[in-house]
Ligand binder design. Structure first.
Ligand code: PEP
Length: 252
């Protein structure tokens, strides 16, 4: 059984005081909620204080990116070991906004995912097609190319590897994939895992859905057999919405 995993990607939001206020609410409201793993991904500047505030809580802390080198002349970059040092246990890798605005490629996603895993972090690797690619009928081909970043990974990382299927056309648009559309791609991803990385990986690796997940659509998405939680952007910035999504992800 895969424990569903819901992660809030805060993107470029929340100064330290606001970040602490939000995680304090989450900590309190989620304390009695069982059956779902929860994480938050604040901006780099709030990672350390948020991780400190969550020290006595099962809520995990994730970064929104990481570099693949541990040290050196790489101005502006943050190493996986540095993220662990401030209390992160996960890193989001290859978010479509990083591909779109910051030149992330399949090659850099592969390097970052491997570096994060080698350092002992969990990696949430994002995959997903644009609207033009979906309309052209190339969704699975695009997703398969993105999944190439994971080739060669072994079962020892199964519980620290998460794939987030995020159709780009559904991110921040209010337009969600239907549960059927999402399940179809999730099943494709699980099939790919079985074929390329083996049945143990296919059974264990969690596949999150991301793209305008809200309290009113979460339950139906989370009921799909190959959807193991959510990567949540906008709705993770308000405690009430995020808590409702976490509750909806619990197995029924
Ligand atoms: C995201 O940024 O990963 C995301 C899914 O955003 P939103 O929930 O706002 O669509």
């Amino acid at each position: 059984m895969r424990t569903p995993f819901v992660v809030g990607n805060w993107k470029l939001h929340k100064h330290v005081a606001d970040a602490l206020a939000l995680v304090t609410e989450l900590k309190n409201q989620l304390a009695a909620v069982k059956g779902v793993a929860v994480g938050v991904a604040p901006p780099f500047t709030a990672l350390y204080p948020v991780a400190k505030r969550l020290e006595d809580s099962p809520i995990a802390v994730a970064s929104q990116d990481c570099y693949w080198e541990e040290k050196g002349a790489f101005t502006g970059e943050v190493a996986p070991g540095m993220l662990k040092d401030v209390g992160c246990t996960w890193a989001i890798i290859g978010h479509s906004e990083r591909r779109q605005f910051f030149g992330e490629t399949d090659d850099t996603v592969a390097k970052k995912a491997r570096a994060a895993l080698a350092a002992g972090l969990g990696a949430i690797v994002c995959v997903g097609e644009t609207l033009a690619q979906r309309d052209a009928g190339t969704t699975t081909a695009v997703v398969e190319t993105h999944l190439g970043a994971l080739r060669g990974l072994g079962v020892e990382v199964a519980d620290r590897l998460v794939i987030a299927y995020e159709p780009v056309w559904a991110i921040g648009t209010g337009r969600t994939a239907t549960p059927g559309q999402a399940q179809e791609v999730h099943a494709f991803i699980r099939g790919w895992l079985g074929k390329e990385l083996g049945p143990a990986m296919a059974a264990a690796v969690r596949i999150q859905y991301g793209g305008s997940v809200k309290p009113d659509n979460a339950a139906e998405l989370m009921r799909q057999p190959d959807i193991d939680g959510a990567l949540v952007g906008g709705a993770s910035l308000q405690a009430a919405d995020f808590v409702a999504i976490c509750k909806a992800a619990r197995p029924s």
